[in-house]
Design a protein around this ligand. Sequence first.
Ligand code: GLU
Length: 419
Amino acid sequence: MPEKLTENNPWQTALTQLDTVSGLMMLPEDIHHVLRNFDRILSVSIPVHMDNGSLGVFHGFRVQHNASRGPYKGGVRYHPGLTLDDLKALAMEMTWKCSLVGVPFGGAKGGIICDPKKLSKGELERLTRRYTCAIMPIIGIEKDIPAPDVNTNEQIMAWIMDSYSFNNGYYTPGIVTGKPLNIGGSLGRKDATGLGVANIVENTVESMEMDLKGLAVVIQGYGNVGSAVGKFLSERGCRIIAVSSSRGGIYNPKGLDHASIMKYYQEKGSFEHFSEAENITNASLLELPCDVLIPAALGNQITKENAGRIKAKVVVEGANGPTTPEADHLLNERKIPVVPDILANAGGVVVSYFEWVQDVQCFFWPEKEINTRLKNLLDRAYEEVFRLSEEKGYNLRTAAMVLAVKKVADAISVRGVYP
Ligand code: GLU
């Protein structure tokens, strides 16, 4: 079904970003053309026996963008508003993310249009297992390795691994990353995206000559990624002054205690009416005065409507695609740097890579080693992006994209086109 491209269409955003840097880099037209397209898009329908006896039919996808640098890699997202264009944008972003941080994978993304909050555990399991079988012909340890993303978790990865292993005839942990520890998961993977974001905040704060101690941080989305960022930044002396869930947020300029708000959220399922804070909407949270704003929820949150009112000194993208190109432009004009998603949230796929390596070797590393290797990879990537942006006067997104696209383009060009 053709989808209408609207202003905030994520696929349009991804193409605009690629086209912009292709022009700047003077990328050969044929390679630019290859990169604007996909290796494969699989669309599947997923029949599921529902608890009430009816047969539900869901729709799912696996989108494979480019595998010039290695097997396809990317998460699986469950969301009622998911579109194929979201997945195309996210798959392409995975190609750039893996390239930028130097992990030997290409880009993919998958997902199912569903609201997991409305499904029972049994329904979710049957949906996941049938989806795995539907995409089985195109995934594999050396072909395409799924992982968690929005609304998917360790349990869902365990079902994917089990369904694949059952059909494959043997235990195959390397088929998916982000699994539970006792079936080939990696230490450090659960919090890796958040730890990576915290490391990148540290690098950014250092380059901007700000102080980590007392740094006022606003985090939109306090889920898997956001809450881990909050935990690590609190430990490093920052002040988390506002957080939110999809139902709204809370604000206290003196700082919120990570453990207390987590406990409150676990009990109440929302941050609303937390006693030591003011209730705020997700929209007003983005406009709070602060040092660092971390959108860590869904895409398209900072748009041309609100970019003029952002008061943060820097934006660090914990989510994928939270800033539209128009907003990027406005923030650039206002001299508010944006640390792009492909750098800021790459910690997840970096530790996914470590998990895959450990699974393939059946040899597991201690957490300290994982976190040190993660920090080294991200420090190097940050340094390269920052240096190029200073040298050429590019903003950080452009610098990151130039570095990432170049490595993929070089791989395509040296491999050549078969036959
Ligand atoms: N879903 C995460 C991302 O967008 C992780 C992907 C992975 O580990 O493969 O980067």
